[in-house]
Ligand binder design. Structure first.
Ligand code: PLP
Length: 407
């Protein structure tokens, strides 16, 4: 089965209650049983069933099974936001004293999270580029994981997943990737060697800007050394499944950042059209990037533009696609604001991955908590404009931007 068929007819797509083609929205916090013994068995995981929606819920499970299949994982956990997904992923195994190596050009919220983690004794070291040389130079006896975005938002650098995974595994480290901007449509990071994938489903997966959510997909292949990864020691008996078991039964349950059933339902619907939307969005983004690149006063960043250093990786690893986000430098903050304000169709709003095109000035919004150096590594300057391209007709979008630029 190819991508779009698998979204609709894959193993994870069930015939739900009463023949429904979509899962019912199980909008309940608790599930009732006929006897105390049955509840006892469900609580002890000795019988299948749901007990409490903070831990598991049928609608949420339907989405988890579908995203897990599309990413080729061994199991998935859905949570309340992309930030919750990253937080749970890391707190599931890291302890005070551990170190993490991450790419510098990350989403500003992730950088802010790492600063919060530092206050709990989890140190974060940044590399400018996710190369074996730069990462290798920072690995120490305390390093416990490598983390990066496959196609970083908004610096738009593409990492070589296989090379970083090889380095991580040679050093006994799990490799965790945020695949929000690529989605399973552009790449399955687990196939290329990543161990754990996180998504902000808020973006392309729900796809219509209608819900905040996140997902964690465990590849289930990483060989945890329980003497080194002490946070997983109590789950030693589960072997390679230790990470997933702890994530569901301890970390998600205790931290409480579960996905709401209604959000899971919106994610199921969104996922079904992911392929169609991504194909259209990536085509539009390339067309808009090429049109803007003709304007000499702008400096446009998009992986598929001639001369972009990430072009080769986009061809090899992302199925020849460059994603749905582009940025350009307008020459000055005033000019950036003028262009943003002059747009008719593109909506001035934060976020990415919506059906409509969204435009923002990241320096004065998303990166207000970052240092100048962090901003520069992320490709954010006072004249940078970020565009999350939508599914409008490409010609209308191009006309809208050209009109705003020409004033
Ligand atoms: N990861 C990336 C790459 C993002 O772009 C974002 C949000 O923009 C997040 C994570 C956080 O997602 P959420 O807003 O769903 O918490």
């Amino acid at each position: 089965m190819k991508f779009n068929t698998r979204l609709l007819h894959g193993r994870a797509v069930k015939r739900y209650a009463d023949g429904s083609t979509l899962p019912q929205i199980a909008q309940a916090n608790a599930f009732q049983y006929d006897s105390a013994e049955e509840l006892d068995r469900v609580f002890h995981h000795r019988a299948p069933g749901y007990a409490y929606s903070r831990v598991a819920n049928p609608t949420v499970a339907a989405f988890e099974q579908r995203i897990n299949e599309m990413d080729g994982g061994s199991g998935a956990v859905a949570c309340s936001s992309g930030m919750a997904a990253i937080t749970l992923t890391l707190l599931n195994f890291l302890r005070s004293g551990d170190e993490l190596i991450v790419s510098g050009g990350l989403y500003g919220g992730s950088i802010a999270l790492f600063e919060s983690l530092a206050k709990f004794g989890i140190a974060v070291k940044y590399v400018r580029c996710m190369t074996q040389e730069e990462i290798g130079a920072l690995i120490s006896g305390r390093t416990r994981a490598i983390f990066g975005e496959v196609l970083s938002n908004p610096s738009l650098e593409i990492m070589n997943i296989r090379e970083v995974a090889d380095l991580a595994h040679r050093n006994g480290l799990p490799f965790i990737v945020d695949a929000t901007t690529v989605t399973p449509y552009l790449v399955n990071p687990i196939v290329w060697g990543a161990d754990i994938v996180v998504h902000s489903t808020t973006k392309y997966i729900t796809g219509s800007g209608d819900a905040i959510g996140g997902a964690i997909i465990d590849g289930g292949r990483f060989d945890w050394d329980f003497d080194k990864f002490r946070g997983l020691e109590a789950y030693r008996n589960f072997g390679k499944a230790a990470y997933a078991v702890k994530l569901r039964t301890e970390t998600l349950e205790n931290m409480g950042s579960c996905m709401a059933p209604m959000t899971a339902f919106l994610n199921v619907i969104g996922l079904e059209t992911l392929g169609l939307r991504m194909e259209r969005i990536c085509g539009n983004a390339k067309a808009l990037a090429e049109a803007l690149n003709e304007i000499p006063e702008l400096h446009v960043n998009y992986p598929l533009l001639t001369g972009n250093p990430c072009g080769e990786l986009a061809l090899k690893q992302l199925n020849g696609q460059g994603g749905g986000v582009l940025t350009f430098r307008a020459g000055s903050r005033e000019n950036a604001y003028r262009i943003i304000n002059g747009l008719k169709y593109a909506v001035r709003a934060t976020s990415i991955g919506d059906t409509r095109t969204l435009v923002i000035h990241p320096e004065s919004t998303l990166y207000i908590r970052s240092t100048r150096e962090q901003r520069e590594i992320a490709g954010v300057f006072d004249d940078t404009v970020r565009v999350s391209v939508g599914i409008e007709d490409a010609g209308d979008l191009i006309d809208d931007f050209i009109g705003a630029i020409r004033g």
